[in-house]
Structures are given as C-alpha cells and as structure tokens.
Design a protein around this ligand. Sequence first.
Ligand SMILES: [Zn+2]
Length: 170
Amino acid sequence: MNRKEPCATGPNKWQRDLPQFTLSWSTIFKRIKSISKQNKLKEFFYKLAHRIVITKKELHLYGIEDNKSCHYCGDDDSLLHSFLGCQIAVDFLRKVLCWFNEKENSSITLNSEEILFGVATDNDNKIKQLNFCLLYAKFYFHFQKINQRACNWDAFVRKLNFMLKIEGFA
Ligand SMILES: [Zn+2]
C-alpha cells in the first residue's frame, strides 16, 4: 500500500513561489481543521492550500471565459495574482489588517506566507481571530472577484462582524 500523502505537492509549489515559505503540510492541515466552524470556509482554505481555487486563468483555460484578465485590475489572473500580486487585493487585505490592528489595539505585520495561511497561534485568541479574519477576507474577496462584483468595504465589515459572532469571537 502506498501511504505517501497524495496531495503533498501543494506545499512544494508554495515553496517554489514564496522563497520564505516554511510551513509543513501537517501544520497547514492543522490550521485548516481549527480555523473555522464553517465547512465552506474550511473548504476554501483547503482549496487554497492545494492551489485549486479557480481564477480567470483556469476559466479561460477551460474555455469558460474568453480572457484571463483579473476583473479588478486587468492583469493576467492566477492564484498568486488573486491574493498577492493584484494591487486591489493587496490594498484590501492591508485594509483588513489595519482594521484588525485598530480594533485590537495591536500593530501586527504580515509576510506573504502569513497573509495566505495565517500566523502560528500558540493558542492565543487574538491571533486565532486574526487568522479567521484573514481567511474570511480572502474568501469574500475571491468570490466577489470571480462573480465580477465590487468589494464593498462596509458590507464586508458587517459580514465579517457577523462571522466573528458565529465563530464565537465576538
Ligand atoms: Zn488584479
């Protein structure tokens, strides 16, 4: 029986794309299990880790879209573009971090790996909440973008606050 983890290529490819990438597959898997009570958010995190989040690049490849341009900025879309390369995404995620820092009276900064996969929590409730906010922000941003809808900051914050209640943070 081949006991080799069949889906372990994700972390290797992240290492290729993010030079500072340090996470093991088991760490990522633990984070997916504990980050949220909601299956749709865990599933999104799982797909992100496995790099199977669908963007315009894939839709174009499968002939569903006639171009692979990012809905927000017009550059070529891809998974990396979606969360790290797109200036609109970078600004949005930065705004989420500022919002969180203001709310929690903290001054946390994040590298690319942490923006994508969160921060080691050491069971700290504030960091758990930050990781959830980052995941929900990527989830919201991705689905607004793929459905060609604008990101509305006030609507996002209302949804995020509601989600934080569901998750037991507020
Ligand atoms: Zn873009």
